[in-house]
Design a protein. Structure first.
Length: 478
């Protein structure tokens, strides 16, 4: 068993920053180190108060120097566990903390990222130097004390260690010669403060991957790969039992469909596959892409962009959504937004810099790196469940793809390898070596049925969900 221990950050801390307008690129470099400073992975009330005090100290120093500031801090505890064939293969826990300071007012501001051990006065001085070099405006620094932190309702979950036995048990499938379950759970506390308000919220998200290999009746090797994201590991273990394991076993036990057999006319994308296409769609729904003319949805607000079966909602506080984000990375309150309503385009993912774009609003700013400029992005972007008409013949259900990450999100085109299962009444065959291509924006016009239960995919910062989709218009080959 391999166990990884968190490393400690140097006591002096480190910073990385730049001055930037809303569209400028930022310098590359290390973001932050693992830390043993305040709230270094701990979730107790004392650690939260320490981080609150550190954030308040940055606000006070900026106020003393006569500059407006925003401070965002994230403490994170990341737990990973891998079980293979009923035994622990590896496990690890890391604790990270990062603080982002933004100084200035207006279009050009300076952003710096630092650990929790940096000297407050030194970090603020570096920020002011960046701001002055860029010709940015310091803005007004309100007088008075820093606002008291307000605790927002969030998401709290138990340690992943409480689920190790359950994960080991599920890493055994009788017919599989190899079976692996990989689990990740991330617990964070988000702190955000400006001279006017300060709040913090605990949050968590998790993911699980099931991989199994069997030797088929023909002597060939069959691989099955299923992945799911969710709010915590308890939720995902239920998903594993109710959907992922039965679905994987169905494919593992089925005989291979003969190469000469024609493909069924009816094609269903499994929820996990459809969720990857929702991720692809999100790029076209960004107000930044719309304003820059890089989206095919530019100028189409209020128009039909899909069938009446397609409703797409981004809900940052959805109870079963992997993400729980009551405010975005700019501190703006987040709420559910319907972007496509029964096939009609109603809105875009926005941020402060792109709130002027028709159909956009603040509340969707995402910052994948501490010194990257906030850009529009999703929280829990999901196709709303619907109804799936009964099948009157064979159905090809595409269950996994290979290479979807190479798709073009700006124009929506994808071409990928795939495997699936053919269902025809009581008979089932697995099918491999498929090629699938199409355009996700065109596919919205070809959705003939929507399943009842969404599956979720995650790109590290946002989550994307979809039930099974019955679609037409794909180009299939074998």
């Amino acid at each position: 068993m391999r166990t990884h221990k968190p490393a400690n950050e140097p006591a002096s801390g480190s910073t990385n920053g730049t001055a930037s307008g809303p569209l400028d690129g930022l310098i590359d470099g290390p973001m932050y180190g693992r830390t043993s400073g305040p709230a270094g992975g701990r979730s107790d009330a004392g650690a939260e108060r320490e981080m609150d005090e550190l954030v308040a100290a940055y606000l006070a120093e900026c106020r003393r120097r006569g500059v407006r500031a925003e401070v965002r801090a994230v403490t994170e505890r990341r737990e990973e566990f891998v079980a293979r064939n009923g035994k622990t293969d590896s496990e690890g826990v890391t604790a990270d903390a990062v603080l982002r300071l933004t100084v200035g007012d207006g279009a050009h501001r300076a952003m710096l990222a630092t650990g929790t051990g940096g000297d407050v006065a030194t970090v603020v001085a570096e920020g002011l130097a960046l701001l002055d070099r860029a010709g940015g405006r310091r803005g007004a620094a309100p007088s008075g004390n820093s606002p008291a932190f307000r605790a927002l309702p969030g998401r709290v979950t138990e340690s992943l260690a409480e689920r190790h036995d359950a994960l080991r048990e599920r890493s055994v499938i009788p017919e599989a010669r190899e079976c692996e379950v990989r689990a990740l759970q991330v617990r964070r506390t988000l702190h955000h403060a400006t001279p006017e308000q300060a709040f913090r919220v605990p949050t968590a998200h998790a993911s699980i991957v099931l991989r199994a290999t069997v030797t088929g009746a023909d002597g060939g090797t069959v691989h099955v790969d299923r992945a799911e994201s969710g709010p915590d590991m308890a939720f995902l273990l239920r998903r594993l039992d109710e959907y992922m394991l039965p679905d994987a076993q169905c494919q593992l036990r089925a005989p291979e469909r003969a190469a000469g057999e024609p493909l069924p006319d009816r094609v269903v994308l499994a929820g996990g596959v459809a969720a990857q296409l929702v991720c692809l769609l999100a790029e076209s729904l960004s107000a930044e892409a719309v304003e820059q003319g890089g989206s095919r949805l530019t100028g189409r607000l209020g128009e039909r962009v899909g069938t009446a079966r397609v409703t797409l909602v981004d809900d940052p506080v959805r109870p079963d959504g992997p993400r729980h984000l009551p405010f975005d990375d700019e501190g703006a309150a987040a709420e559910a937004r319907t972007l496509i309503d029964a096939g009609i385009l109603r809105g875009f993912l926005g941020s402060r810099a792109y709130a002027h774009v028709a159909g956009a609003a603040p509340g969707n700013a995402r910052q994948p790196e501490p010194t990257a400029p906030p850009r529009p992005g999703a929280a829990n972007l999901c196709i709303v469940p619907g109804t799936m008409p009964a099948a009157d013949g064979p159905v090809l259900r595409i269950t996994q793809t290979h290479g979807m990450h190479l798709a073009n999100g700006i124009i929506g085109e994808f071409s990928t390898g795939a495997t699936g299962v053919v269902h025809d009444g009581e008979k089932t065959w697995r099918i491999s070596g498929l090629s699938v291509s199409g355009n996700v924006l065109d596919l919205l016009h070809n959705v003939a049925g929507v399943g009842a239960v969404p599956s979720w995919s995650d790109d590290g910062e946002s989550s994307f969900g979809s039930p099974d989709l019955w679609v037409t218009g794909l180009t299939l080959g074998r």
